[in-house]
Design a protein around this ligand. Structure first.
Ligand code: ADP
Ligand code: ADP
Length: 226
């Protein structure tokens, strides 16, 4: 569950990026976050990950107010949220398997859990046969699927995707959407910021539109808008 109550964010240079945002996303929902560049989408995502601080309001993730989290609790928050980005952010000197395993190593998961879990998520994204290749040996779509596997390997309840198809051609973008849809079908809440108008219009999911730091629209089975 994700809930923002009267959340505002003004940066230290005085720029107000978000004003009085109210959003409630239930477990298992699939939500597109749309809006022009500079609207405040990335700022909203950073607030959820506690990469930046709200100056007003409450942000609940799985019933915990993240604005009140202690520093030592932040790793637990980040473990409950998987994140993928437009630019994949894979470690180039590690194989597909090692990139995914690394996400479990950093949280000190037992080796036997790593050996069990990594093949499961690689198979979920259709990459079982590529586990020993390096990122440079993969297509963009395959690299993004590695990054999805890495985001999911610790079993987060929420997946945040910040323009996950931004660097991909239309066919490859649809492959990624199939993987994200499958992750949602298995129960993970999805929040995806995107400019991919055709994908948003075709999928008929909830659409939250942000404009100039406020919510312009919040429609079930919505479209991208103009
Ligand atoms: P906060 O108020 O959350 O501490 P800051 O205003 O200190 O954030 O800025 C955090 C970082 O973002 C700084 O490294 C700053 O250079 C960078 N930054 C500043 N202005 C912008 C902008 N318009 N868009 C993106 N990043 C910016
Ligand atoms: P979007 O992701 O929708 O393109 P952002 O959340 O990145 O929008 O930015 C919202 C507004 O806040 C923009 O005007 C941007 O320039 C500004 N902004 C983002 N980060 C910072 C920062 N660290 N310091 C100052 N202004 C920022």
């Amino acid at each position: 569950m994700i809930e923002l109550v009267n959340v505002s964010k003004t940066f230290s240079d005085g720029h107000r990026a978000l004003s009085n945002i109210n959003i409630k996303i239930d477990n298992g929902e699939f939500v597109f976050l749309v809006g022009p560049s500079g609207a405040g989408k990335s700022t909203l995502i950073k607030l959820l990950l506690k990469e930046t601080e709200a100056d007003q309001g409450k942000i609940l993730i799985n019933d915990k107010d993240v604005t009140r989290l202690k520093r030592k609790e932040i790793p637990f928050l980040r473990r409950s949220i998987g994140v993928v980005f437009q630019d994949f952010r894979l470690l180039q000197e590690k194989t597909v398997y090692e990139n995914v395993a690394f996400a479990m190593e950093v949280i000190e998961a037992p080796a036997k859990d790593i050996r069990r879990q990594v093949p499961i998520v690689l198979s979920l994204v259709g990459l079982s046969k590529k586990s020993n290749l390096y990122p440079s040996q993969l297509s963009g779509g395959e690299q993004q699927r590695v990054s999805l596997a890495r985001a999911m390997v610790n079993g987060p309840s929420i997946l945040i995707a910040d323009e996950p198809t931004g660097n991909l051609d239309p066919d490859t973008s649809w492959e990624i959407m199939k993987s994200i849809n499958e992750i949602n079908r298995r129960g993970t809440t999805i929040l995806m910021a995107t400019h991919a108008k055709e994908i948003v219009n075709a999928m008929k999911k909830r659409v939250i539109a942000i404009e100039e730091g406020t919510i312009a629209r919040d429609d079930m089975k919505g479209g991208y808008g103009i």
